[in-house]
Design a protein around this ligand. Structure first.
Ligand code: F3S
Length: 65
């Protein structure tokens, strides 16, 4: 699975990085999220799915390959 954060939608709510800190990093300047790596490790998939559901801006998408 791959994860994508839409930079237009992300408003820096930080929930994604709190739920899955190994997957999402927050920019020091604007607080926006981006994936550390687009490829989601198998043991992180459940946390990323939770982050997708939790993002108030619906900025995160998971792409099943
Ligand atoms: Fe952005 Fe949503 Fe995370 S708004 S910081 S992708 S919880």
């Amino acid at each position: 699975m791959k994860v994508h954060v839409d930079p237009e939608r992300c408003q820096g709510h930080t929930l994604c990085a709190m739920i899955a800190p190994k997957v999402f990093q927050l920019d020091d300047v604007d607080g926006h999220s981006s994936p550390i790596s687009e490829d989601v490790p198998a043991d992180q998939e459940e946390l990323v799915a939770e982050a997708v559901r939790s993002c108030p801006e619906r900025a995160i998408s998971l792409i099943d390959e």
